[in-house]
Design a protein around this ligand. Structure first.
Ligand code: 8X3
Length: 244
């Protein structure tokens, strides 16, 4: 049976990807910090729940133990944004958390699971962001963390050019999920809602999951290096159509 690991599987893009992979016949190992959520998801999709904080060496070692010697798909989805303050007012603790999760946590998971992925001729899908493309006002900490994650993707693909493993990256733009913007604004529902106000159809978690699963299920010789996905209303990072 083919096996997939999805990090950050407790909500949003991660949960939607876990569901879709399961529907395609994968045994899905759902990894996240919130045990109650991933247990419920694993029960729903007949998968496995592994409580895992990707910033913890011990937790990630436990995830690698649960995976064993063979892994077909790793979806590096855990991460996120904190704050939208200008550099002049940077909250460096928040920046540190973003680097610890998006960059270092994702690298920790990748390192730990790489032997199993190579063994199975597997594929890694890194969920970065259009924030990795360039800076935007208030986004420096998040953009830096995601650009750093992209650097890992690029180096890894070169380092493993002669190995049977595919290294891919998906860069979502505006996606309305239950938690991304709420987390960014520390639970402030007004600020979170303003991100999507008037935008006819932001992407959903399912839209992105659909693309991730497509990338992961290409034939073994096909590598989707990088895929940018935005809603039609977002022609570029700052060029967003909003109905008034
Ligand atoms: C989400 C895209 O524009 O909020 O990763 O940085 S953005």
């Amino acid at each position: 049976m083919t096996t997939a690991v999805v990090t950050g599987a407790s909500s949003g893009i991660g949960a939607a990807t876990a569901r879709l992979l399961a529907a395609q016949g994968y045994r899905v190992i759902c990894a996240a910090r919130r045990a109650d959520r991933i247990r419920a998801l694993a029960e729903e999709i007949d998968g496995v729940a592994i409580e895992c904080d990707i910033t913890s060496d011990d937790d990630v070692a436990g995830l690698a133990d649960a995976v064993g010697g063979s892994l077909d798909v790793l979806v590096n989805n855990a991460g996120g944004a904190l704050g939208l303050e200008p550099v002049a007012e940077a909250d460096l603790d928040a920046w540190s958390t973003m680097v610890q999760t998006n960059l270092l946590g994702t690298t920790r998971v990748t390192k730990a699971l790489l032997p199993a992925l190579v063994g199975a001729r597997g594929v890694i899908v890194f969920v970065t962001s259009t924030a990795a493309d360039s800076g935007y006002e208030g986004g420096a900490g998040y953009c830096a963390a995601k650009a750093g994650e992209r650097a890992v993707v690029e180096s890894l693909r070169l380092e493993l050019y002669d190995q049977p493993v595919r290294i891919t990256e998906i860069c979502p733009g505006m996606v309305r999920t239950d938690e991304f913007a709420l987390t960014r604004f520390e639970g402030d529902e007004e600020k979170a809602a303003a991100v999507y106000r008037g935008v006819p159809d932001p992407l959903t978690a399912e839209d992105v999951a659909d693309a991730i699963v497509w990338m992961a299920t290409r034939p073994a010789h096909v590598n989707i290096d990088r895929l940018t996905i935005r809603p039609r209303a977002q022609a570029a990072q700052h060029k967003v159509y909003r109905e008034s």
